[in-house]
Design a protein around this ligand. Structure first.
Ligand code: FAD
Length: 461
């Protein structure tokens, strides 16, 4: 009798523990993806990117003589119905770690078992399961360096090969059409814009990795902070969709001679999942509840100017425009843009977190929450609360030739580059933006904003 393989954000064949075991079970396999309320809660860019990933993955499965069945609805009901239709007696999936997915998965497991089906979940999204790394007292870590020291002593194991064949059932159940799901419908800048900056799928991920290891790894540690350069791996969107496993990246990096700095960045991704596992509230609440008393500003014209990349602070605006058009933002730019919103504009980090969640094709609930709380100062092992990035000196240091700012800020340039203009083409008409209008005045001078933040923080402290 068949096994239903419920794919979520694990759209690959290689190093896929669930798929590896399924292919060896000697039973027909029915791959399925479900547009359920949890998936419908994802941000627009993540939903679009998932749709792109599903399209490629369906082709990958078809080349193996299999199919990807698409269904919409509550996961437990959809799976139980599919099991009844196909005679399947088991449902398998890869674990997810954010609180919404976890709560759903617990409920689905209980419902399926109550209906007499075998439900089973597998690792695969992380190098180390969150509970596998623990302090001497058996608790979670709060400090990255200690976490990573402990994690680095563990062996992530070797990547599993992709399965050779995927046995098909005697008859396939009906499937939705992906286009009817309209995964790109909510994407603000439009699928046609973002598509040019994304190459979905496992094969693209492996190519990206090989190219990075072959050409860029050697200068990664030195150049990774310069947003105008392509000096980072660009693997985050693939990791977010599970189109590549962190273990494959780990093993291939070792084969390429290793690189402690790069692997420790993968470690930050692990740490984010570890934190979210132990503090599931941190995607919504201050990890350090002292911050509940901080008088964050809510929605305001400042917050809207920030979202639109119209704060008058070029490094910050470049970052937000880059994200709007490409679905990506360089890590240094994320830190500076987030600091500017939370410190200079004194705005609640959750407003920024929500905008990133809507616009990032690499959106990841764990890394996004950790990143925002790190910058705001409310998270564990966070930047000290009095640390306020100066957007001007950050720009001088990390964009000394103004390449990044000029790439994304059209105003003031006689012949703006295509990227800068593409932002204006993508922005809604209602925003009334014009690339040849004067660049907006600063909402606050860097020094005055810093002082205002320090005063507010001193009062709160
Ligand atoms: P590389 O430098 O090549 O790093 C390799 C991999 O390590 C990345 O793909 C990523 O998986 C991981 N990584 C690197 N830096 C971090 C980090 N600081 N935290 C966690 N993992 C890291 N990353 C996301 O994947 N999704 C998010 O939603 C996200 N939101 C963020 C929000 C804020 C405010 C900040 C400051 C950071 C956020 N990050 C997020 C982390 C980081 O900016 C991106 O992972 C990185 O820019 C991706 O580019 P890359 O793949 O070229 O990274």
């Amino acid at each position: 009798r068949p096994i239903l393989l419920w794919f979520r954000r694990d759209l690959r064949l290689a190093d896929h523990p669930m798929l590896h075991e399924a292919a060896r079970a000697g039973r027909p396999l029915i791959p399925v993806a479900i547009l359920d309320p949890v998936a419908e809660g994802w941000g627009a860019a993540a939903m679009w990117r998932w749709g792109e990933g599903l399209r490629v993955f369906a082709g990958t499965l078809a080349a193996k003589g299999s199919r990807l069945i698409l269904r919409r609805g509550g996961a437990a009901e959809v799976l139980a119905r599919l099991a009844a239709e196909t005679g399947a007696e088991a449902v398998w999936w890869s674990r997810a770690y954010d609180p919404e997915a976890r709560a759903r998965d617990v409920a689905v497991k209980a419902a399926l078992r109550a209906a007499g089906l075998a439900a089973r979940s597998f690792p695969g999204h992380l190098l180390f399961e969150p509970e596998a790394v623990a302090t001497g007292q058996g608790t979670g870590f709060k400090v990255f360096s200690a976490y990573w020291r402990a994690a680095s002593r563990l062996d992530p194991g070797r990547p599993l090969p992709a399965p050779g064949t995927l046995p098909a059932p005697s008859a396939w159940p009906a499937s939705d059409r992906l286009d009817d799901w309209r995964p790109g419908a909510a994407l603000r800048s439009g699928a046609a814009v973002v598509r040019g900056h994304s190459a979905p799928g496992e094969a693209a991920a492996l190519n990206r990795l090989a190219e990075f290891l072959g050409t860029t790894l050697a200068r990664y540690a030195e150049r990774r902070d310069f947003p105008a350069e392509a000096a980072t791996s660009g693997l985050s969107e693939y990791l977010a969709q599970g189109e590549i496993s962190p273990r494959t990246i780990w093993a291939e990096t070792a084969r390429a001679g290793g690189n402690g700095k790069f692997l420790s960045e993968l470690g930050w991704r692990e740490f984010a999942h570890h934190l979210l596992h132990h503090s599931p509230d941190m995607a919504r609440e201050n990890w350090n509840r002292d911050w509940d008393r901080f008088p964050w500003r809510g929605e305001s014209p400042d917050a809207e100017a920030w979202r639109r990349g119209m704060t008058g602070e070029p490094f910050v605006d470049a970052a937000l425009r880059e994200m709007y058009v490409t679905g990506r933002m360089h890590n240094r730019a994320r830190m500076v843009a987030a600091s500017y919103l939370t410190k200079h504009l004194l705005t609640d980090w959750r407003i920024g977190l929500a905008w990133f969640a809507d616009c990032l094709t690499d959106w990841d609930p764990a890394s996004n929450a950790m990143g925002w709380q790190w910058v705001a100062g409310s998270g564990p092992d966070a930047a000290p609360y009095f640390r306020v990035f100066n957007p001007e000196t950050q720009a001088e240091k990390f964009d000394p030739l103004q390449l990044y700012r000029r790439r994304w800020i059209a105003e003031g340039q006689a012949h703006p580059p295509a990227e800068a203009l593409s932002y204006f083409a993508a922005a809604p008409r209602a925003w009334g933006l014009d690339p040849y209008a004067p660049y907006p005045r600063r909402r606050i001078e860097p020094a005055a904003g810093r002082q205002r933040a320090l005063d507010a923080l001193a009062q709160w402290k």
